[in-house]
Design a protein around this ligand. Structure first.
Ligand code: SF4
Ligand code: SF4
Length: 390
């Protein structure tokens, strides 16, 4: 493992994301398979990973419990824990009371102080090494800026009290939103976590976001470096081009080596689900091996070939509220596959589970506005259903 710097702290260049841990039956909403997940954490720790990222809502709230327990067997000063305040899924009810919305709807009302202390307790820690506002975007920025709610002043006080060592934020917002937020709070935040990979460099304007963060003199923590697995399985024709240069390298390794070439990138988070993934990824970060200019050019071509695909990262933010129980990310993956040249005959609605049938979408709009990638989900469902009906 090699190491990088965030705000004067030396951290592993590869960080362990705890949003896609293995579950008891392999489905995303099932409880975490603690035995398998602990094996992954033990492998990560013993192979030099020091940065562990979680959030209030990951695995329905179980991720914080799990990672706190999993790391507690190791000395506290040998790992760094990052968690996030869920202001992007909150509404202010007055008198300091916050309600939860979106995927957190149904949680009892709370306060900023109660949420933060709940997180410390769940993670079994006295302090967070890194603490982030979760997803500062065009919608949530009003909540984070709301002086009456006072999220930021509260967190500043926790930093002064030593309960937060380094303050940052994550964002799926635009470069303009990130720039304005950093300008408003110049000098307060020490790092920014964004979705960054060679496809989103073009598709989601990640280049502009990276440059804005660098302009403010901050380091970037990367999420979705392999785009929820999308860049681990690229179109066959594109993979052949990569294999012609490095026959033994996987598509995921190419994506991670592309990130290694960016000087302002500090930690690259990977939400690893299997032991095989962490074995491969820790090997990729054994020492820096950034892509060459020619290799970056090759990946730019791969990205071009994928720009027409729907940019779902399989985060599953949208699935909980779907009244039809549709497996939205899996349907979108199938749609992308069909668009990618998979034989349409392989995908017949009659042959797949009800949860995989786009024609069952009733266009209720419950999923609209939730997707961090701004995907118009009902439109995709309708288009795909139309394609399959022909
Ligand atoms: S619009 Fe369709 S996909 Fe979205 S929540 Fe409603 S039924 Fe589900
Ligand atoms: S459609 Fe959007 S919200 Fe749903 S899984 Fe994909 S990226 Fe996440």
């Amino acid at each position: 493992m090699y190491y990088k710097d965030i705000s004067g702290v030396t951290v592993s260049a590869l960080g362990m994301g705890n949003m896609r841990l293995p579950t008891t039956d392999g489905t995303p909403n099932a409880p975490i398979d603690r035995v398998k997940a602990q094996e992954i954490i033990d492998y990560a720790y013993s192979h030099g990973i020091t940065y562990y990222d979680t959030a209030y809502r990951y695995h329905g709230g179980e991720s914080e419990y799990f990672i706190g327990e999993a790391l507690s067997k190791y000395p506290r000063d040998t790992w760094y824990l990052a968690s996030k305040f869920p202001g992007h899924m909150m509404e202010y009810k007055g008198n300091g009371v916050l309600g939860f919305t979106s995927m957190l709807a149904g949680h009892p009302d709370s306060t900023v102080d109660a949420v933060f202390n709940e997180q410390l307790a769940k993670c079994k820690v006295d302090y967070f090494d890194f603490y982030l506002l979760h997803n500062v975007n065009e919608k949530s920025v009003a909540m984070y800026n709301n002086e009456e709610v006072g999220i930021i002043p509260y967190l500043v006080k926790q930093k002064e009290a030593g309960k937060i060592r380094h303050l940052g934020f994550s964002s799926h917002g635009t470069a303009e939103t990130i720039d304005a937020f950093l300008t408003k709070y110049e000098g307060l935040f020490e790092f920014v976590q964004i979705q960054l990979n060679y496809l989103d460099w073009k598709l989601q304007d990640a280049k502009a976001k990276y440059e804005v963060i660098a302009k403010h003199g901050l380091k970037v923590v990367v999420m979705e470096g392999v785009r929820g697995g999308r860049l681990a399985a690229i179109p066959e024709a594109e993979m052949k081009k990569l294999q012609a240069v490095r026959p033994d390298d996987s598509a995921a390794k190419w994506a991670l080596r592309w990130l290694q070439a960016l000087p302002e990138v500090s930690v690259v988070l990977s939400g690893m689900t299997t032991l095989d993934q962490i074995v491969e990824n820790t090997a990729t970060f054994d020492k820096p091996d950034p892509v060459t200019e020619a290799e970056a050019e090759l990946l730019s071509g791969v990205a071009d070939s994928m720009l027409s695909l729907v940019p779902c990262t399989a985060c599953r933010y949208c699935t909980e509220g779907c009244p039809m129980g549709l497996e939205i990310p899996k349907i979108i993956a199938a749609y992308n596959g069909v668009k990618n040249g998979d034989n349409m005959a392989k995908y017949k609605e009659d042959d797949v589970d009800e949860s995989m049938r786009p024609s069952r979408c009733i266009g209720c709009g419950s999923c609209m506005g939730i997707c961090p990638q701004n995907i118009n989900i009902p439109e995709i469902m309708s288009t795909f259903a139309g394609m399959l009906a022909k």
